[in-house]
Design a protein around this ligand. Structure first.
Ligand SMILES: O=C(O)[C@H](O)COP(=O)(O)O
Length: 307
């Protein structure tokens, strides 16, 4: 036996099957709680998780034999990366598995926003037929500003390549993009030229609350705003303020500062957000499709094989 892996989240069975073929013993316990995991983890060499709970110091300290954390997804914000590095615990993730889902979802949010799909649909259901009020915009000829050109930002850019848009992207930690359909730029250029702003950066101490009132104030044009990254990167009240002043013409949000009920309903901004005609909301499903469910597990198993 190569080692023992504990799966604590809902992963496609392909990961367990492949890991077993590689010689691991795998316990697939998607319903396990954090407390139960803490009590059991000492007997494992690896843990596979999505975002059910944090893999923090307490959990890593409870697992003296832990060699790796397999994150079935992209974001590593629920893992204490510094502490894992300190302890020599390897981290693997699988952004290659849900980048297509995410890129397509971001396009879907954007097209729905600029064509007023959600608003028009709701109005008709409520007996209103308003063509003028639902007149939309075209993507063609617009400039889409992407912040973060990793797996997700580059997927979104690639999906946009048939729309006749100019795609500009800024990545603080990456230069020399080679994709023909994107133009590398500075943050100043994003702020100056974007008609659409889309975030594709991880949540870190540096990016938390990055999109606030001051940041939004600097945009030269009225923008459509898309967030499929992490809600905490954005100050929701600032976005609502910019929506009501018209600086933001519409917001497509797959991620929120507070997610899930009842937590979400308790937020002071929830009422305004849910009644805004200019907002489209989805429950953090950007990277979550029937296709990506399987692909994530396969990518993770490939990486396990190469560990
Ligand atoms: O980081 C990701 O891959 C997505 O946000 C999805 O996260 P999830 O594992 O909670 O579905």
């Amino acid at each position: 036996m190569k080692g023992k892996i504990l799966i604590v989240d809902d992963l496609h069975p392909a990961f367990k099957e492949r890991a077993e073929q590689l010689g691991y013993e795998v316990d697939d316990l998607p319903k396990i709680t954090r407390a139960e995991t803490l009590a059991a983890i000492a007997g494992y060499d690896g843990i596979a998780v999505r975002t059910k709970f944090r893999i923090d110091k307490e959990l890593m300290d409870a697992a003296p034999g832990l060699q790796f954390v397999a994150r079935a997804g992209a974001g590593l914000d629920n893992i204490d990366e510094d502490y894992a590095n300190e302890k020599g615990i390897l981290l693997i993730n699988a952004p290659e598995g849900n980048r297509d889902a995410l890129g397509e979802h971001a396009v879907a949010l954007l097209l729905s926003l600029i064509n007023n799909l959600r608003r028009a649909d709701t109005e008709i259901r409520n007996g209103t037929w308003d063509r003028e009020g639902n007149r939309g915009w075209e993507l063609k000829g617009k400039t889409v500003g992407i912040i973060g050109y990793g797996f997700m930002g580059s997927s979104f850019a690639q999906k946009l390549s048939g729309f006749g848009v100019r795609v500009i992207a800024y990545d603080k930690y990456k230069t020399g993009f080679s994709d023909a359909y994107v133009q590398e730029c500075s943050m100043e250029e994003i702020v100056k030229h974007s008609d659409v702003l889309s975030l594709h950066i991880p949540l870190t101490a540096e990016t938390r609350q990055m999109v606030d009132e001051e940041y939004l104030y600097h945009f030269k044009k009225k923008i459509f705003f898309i967030n499929t990254a992490r809600g905490e990167i954005v100050n929701t009240k600032a976005v609502l303020g910019a929506l009501s002043s018209g600086r933001i013409m519409g917001a497509g949000l797959d991620v929120l500062e507070a997610e899930k009920f009842p937590n979400l309903a308790e937020q002071s901004w929830y009422e305004e957000l849910k009644t805004s005609a200019k907002v489209i909301l989805t429950p953090h499903i950007g990277g979550w499709t029937f296709d990506s469910y399987r692909k994530i597990s396969e990518v993770l198993a490939d990486k396990l094989e190469r560990l």
